[in-house]
Ligand binder design. Structure first.
Ligand code: A3P
Length: 345
């Protein structure tokens, strides 16, 4: 009898103990996530915000959920007014480089409570028809945000389009410009892979990379091939430097963003004068995808679309060597101008 009672008591204690541990774990997880949702340091003075001392928690709630509704246009003018939401011109733009990891960078920066991303590529400055619609059209394409937040957009075509630096300069001569680069040959192959996939989707055939990248007459690198030209980063950057000083640019190492995103993001936070808020908690490696994915909180997480992280076709090693040799002097110049050495081969 006594033995039975003891067993019963032990069982009860076990259940109560599990409940207590479970609650404790839940609280720790919750407090951990709430802690990250605490008001961030004010960033007034940095981006000329209106001097609010605190960054309201509701801003984050909006950012995570309701802003989505605002973006979809499911809101009334009163609601926008009530919550003090505005559509702001970007304070920073990811200007390129195509296939450098521009989407990953934008999405990862959007983890920061003070950053609101423009989800779509707007192509305002590189598309004459859009540009002719005027700056108000561009502003109206921006997501709703709080005045203390900053809007960021990405359109990788900006980096290589002739007219863009002057146009952006006319909008805001002190704007911050982000350029994410990858090892130039890998980037060119990634660029080719994207075009190839598009062709295959339409049941069209396409040339092999080797045929496009190497001029068959001279056996030299074909500089007329767009994927090659885009990877000559220094040539494009030099055009931008006619309008903006180098201090207004930040170079993101796209290869490192793949393998070790946090330190790259921390450098961007610093460049944008944002308090450090993106943490390892926000980034987890997904072995199935082979990439880091994003964790907003205990409930919401996401990986980038399948179109990011394609398998590249195999390329003749001699062509790779030739391309790397070709890019080498341009890379050296790029390191020299930007002050960021990337140790590309
Ligand atoms: P690949 O498809 O060649 O692997 P962009 O967004 O500028 O088009 O860049 C696409 C590239 O982003 C991908 O090129 C991929 O390698 C890179 N990338 C960086 N971080 C990533 C991430 N977390 N998830 C998926 N792709 C990522």
């Amino acid at each position: 009898m006594l033995f039975k009672q003891q067993a019963w008591l032990r069982q009860k204690l076990l259940v109560l103990g599990s409940l207590a541990v479970g609650s404790l774990l839940y609280l720790v997880a919750r407090v951990g996530s709430l802690d990250r949702l605490q008001p961030i340091c004010p960033i007034e003075g940095r981006f000329g915000a209106r001097g609010q001392a605190e960054f309201p928690l509701r801003a984050l709630q909006f950012k995570r959920g309701l802003l989505h509704e605002f973006r979809k246009g499911n809101t009334s003018k009163e609601q926008v007014h009530l919550h003090d939401l505005v559509q702001q011109l970007p304070k920073a733009i990811i200007i390129g480089v195509r296939k450098g990891g521009t989407r990953a960078l934008l999405e990862m920066l959007n983890l920061h409570p003070a950053v609101v991303k423009a989800s779509q590529e707007i192509h305002f400055f590189d598309n004459d028809e859009n540009y002719a619609k005027g700056i108000e059209w561009y502003r109206k394409k921006m997501p709703f945000s709080y005045p203390q937040q900053i809007t960021i957009e990405k359109s990788p075509a900006y980096f290589i389009t002739e007219e863009v630096p002057e146009r952006i300069y006319k909008m805001n001569s002190s704007i911050k410009l982000l350029i994410i680069v990858r090892e130039p040959t890998t980037r060119a192959i990634s660029d080719y892979t994207q075009v190839l996939e598009g062709k295959e989707r339409k049941n069209k055939t396409y040339y092999k990379f080797e045929k496009l990248a190497i001029d068959p007459n001279t056996c030299e690198v074909n500089t007329k091939y767009k994927a090659v030209r885009t990877s000559i980063y220094t040539k494009h950057l030099e055009r931008w430097l006619k309008y903006f000083p180098i201090e207004q640019f930040h170079i993101v190492d796209g290869d490192r963003l793949i393998t070790e995103p946090l330190p790259e993001l921390q450098l961007v936070e610093k460049f944008l004068n944002l308090p450090p808020r993106i943490s390892q908690y926000n980034l987890y490696f997904n072995a199935t995808r082979g990439f880091y994915c994003l964790r907003f909180n205990i409930i919401f997480n996401k990986c980038l679309a399948g179109s990011k992280g394609r398998i590249h076709p195999e390329v003749d090693p001699s062509v790779i060597t030739k391309l790397r040799k070709f890019f080498h002097p341009f890379n050296q110049k790029f390191y020299q101008i930007t002050g960021r050495t990337l140790n590309w081969p």
